[in-house]
Design a protein around this ligand. Structure first.
Ligand SMILES: O=P(O)(O)OC[C@H]1O[C@H](O)[C@H](O)[C@@H](O)[C@@H]1O
Length: 542
């Protein structure tokens, strides 16, 4: 992000920083219409933000100044934009139609993608129609999907979000944590004869996933299966075929992915196999189609009407001008309750960086802290801080308009709460307004004035409202792709490589030496605090 970009926003920030949004709404009756855009089944109302027409134009021209158009074309065509890992970034190719062409190392990867999709389709159909059987000849009733990070969050939240589309004969259970309570709880309720295990690891080197897979394999053998039965029950998704084969996975049971797919961008690949098993291949294909719709929108729509660009530039506005450190996601949907955790990895692992693409240290703010939870639950918990705390946290309210149930009044209440929260955050209530209300209720002037200082709501707190036509596979695909592209746009503006994650490595390396120490084979001197923790653990756990 150049100083020129920051400078171009500065006058708009200076003009707007002390203007209350309530006044902006009063001044312009067309504000909501002006700042609402529609695409791919979404309606994005971003009128409750601290912007006016000129500031919005400045945000759009910031995207132009950052060469977003060229950078986007580079990503979609297979340019090596993940420079620190020398890789192309092509999750978009995973949802491209069969007749498209994207060349990597002289090979049209769309053919590989569609071959992998055919393999997924046949496998899923065989499991569903019972022609794939376990070691005693019974059809599968349960799937354990083992993976972590990008090999877990996407499949888990999508499967959860699309519960109404679930295939009745099969239950999919996700296991990520190396805390054995997770896998042992899952195994305890399953029958080995009818359980399929999908081990997902792009690298095939992630400690937690390998350990959980070993535990599941030992369980299968302990339940009566023979060693040669393992290949009937264990499938794997990985880009590291050599390591998977070395581990003992039958090559026919390996579903491929590629190094040009980042873990947190991989639910569209065979990493999505548990999704296809849970909701059927046709619905999985619809997720891909929805993602592709958003790709087309992102690539071809002028920036001022482009949903990912609008959401991204607003995020930069708050992060770099207003100093907001966090961004909250509030899906008003029980089925989308996992979405904030999904975007948390997507955004924080992508843009939580402090070196720019020219290898220089960064002295401006980059990726925000992403957090959130389902509405209305949060209203009875953390919304207090959003309304009255000293920290302003821009919010995305997400509401599927058409529910998957027929309880109309429930849905009206859900929507009313969602809309009213955006209203309360924006308009607030002054001390004077609160005082008058209290006096009208019979409180003395003095008491009313004192209490009003606590009940006062500053308002002027920004939010986007993102309405989804429905929570269907297609629209969910588009939602995920919308946030992927938002993160990409911000990475371009901040000039970071959004596709590596070196920050997670040191902990893994140190974890190895600490594990040695815990197992009584200490090889390295530890700092006194870590040594003390190791000693306490060793004296308690023999
Ligand atoms: O799929 P895997 O190679 O097992 O990786 C799983 C996850 O672990 C890593 O530590 C990374 O932080 C994630 O980006 C990745 O998705």
């Amino acid at each position: 992000m150049s100083q020129t970009i920051l400078d171009s926003l500065q006058p708009h920030y200076a003009r707007l920083k002390s203007v209350h949004m309530k006044d902006l709404f009063e001044q312009d009756a067309s504000r909501a219409r002006l700042f609402t855009k529609k695409a791919c089944g979404f309606t994005l109302d971003f009128s409750k933000n601290n912007i006016d027409k000129d500031a919005f134009e400045a945000l759009i021209s910031m995207a132009n100044q950052a060469n977003l158009k060229e950078k986007t074309a580079q990503m979609f065509s297979g340019g090596v934009i993940n420079t620190t890992e020398d890789r192309a970034v092509l999750h978009t190719a995973l949802r491209s139609p069969k007749n498209s062409e994207v060349m990597v190392d002289g090979q049209n990867i769309i053919e590989d993608v569609h071959n992998a999709l055919s393999k997924i389709e046949s496998f899923v159909n065989e499991v569903h129609n019972g022609t794939r059987k376990g070691y005693t000849g019974k059809a599968f009733t349960d799937v354990i999907a083992i993976g972590i990070g990008g090999s877990f969050l996407g499949p888990k939240i999508v499967t959860e979000a699309l519960k109404p589309y679930k295939v009745k004969s099969l239950n999919v259970h996700f296991v990520a944590n190396v805390d054995a309570h997770h896998i042992t709880d899952v195994l305890a309720k399953l029958n080995a004869e009818t359980t399929l295990v999908i081990m997902s690891s792009k690298s095939f080197g992630t400690q937690e996933t390998l350990k959980n897979t070993e535990t599941a394999r030992d369980w299968l053998l302990a339940q009566g299966a023979k060693f040669e039965d393992i290949s009937k029950h264990f499938m794997c998704v990985s880009s590291n075929i050599a390591k998977a084969t070395e581990f003992g996975i039958n090559p026919d049971n390996i579903f491929p992915m590629w190094d040009w797919v980042g873990g947190r961008y991989s639910l569209w690949s065979a990493i999505g196999l548990p999704i296809a098993l849970a909701i059927g291949y046709k619905n999985f294909a619809d997720i891909l189609a929805g993602g592709h719709d958003m790709d087309v929108h992102f690539q071809s729509t002028p920036f001022e009407d482009n949903l990912p660009v609008i959401m991204a530039t607003l995020g930069v506005w708050y992060r770099n001008m207003f100093g907001s450190q966090a961004h909250v996601l509030l899906p008003y949907s029980h089925y989308l309750r996992g979405f904030p955790a999904y975007v948390q990895q997507l955004d924080m692992e992508s843009n939580g960086k402090s070196t720019d693409t020219k290898n220089q240290p960064i002295d401006y703010a980059t990726g925000p802290i992403i957090w959130g939870g389902e509405g209305t639950n949060g209203q009875h918990a953390f919304h207090q801080l959003m309304h009255q705390g000293n920290t302003v946290i821009p919010a995305d309210f997400i509401l599927p308009i058409k529910p998957n149930h027929s309880e109309v009044e429930h849905h009206q209440m859900l929507a009313a709460n969602c809309f009213a929260q955006t209203q309360a955050l924006m308009q607030g209530e002054t001390v004077e307004e609160v005082t008058q209300k209290l006096i009208a209720k019979g409180m003395s002037d003095n008491d009313a004035k004192s209490l009003a200082t606590h009940k006062r709501m500053p308002g002027n707190r920004p939010s986007n409202t993102l309405l989804m036509a429905e929570l269907s596979p297609k629209q969910l695909g588009a939602l995920v792709a919308l946030y992927e592209h938002k993160v990409f746009v911000q990475g371009v503006i901040w000039d970071v490589n959004s596709f590596d994650q070196w920050g997670v490595e040191l902990g893994k390396v140190l974890g190895e030496s600490v594990l040695n120490a815990l197992q009584g084979q200490q090889t390295e001197t530890l700092d006194s605090s870590t040594q003390q923790l190791v000693d306490s653990f060793r004296s308690a756990v023999k």
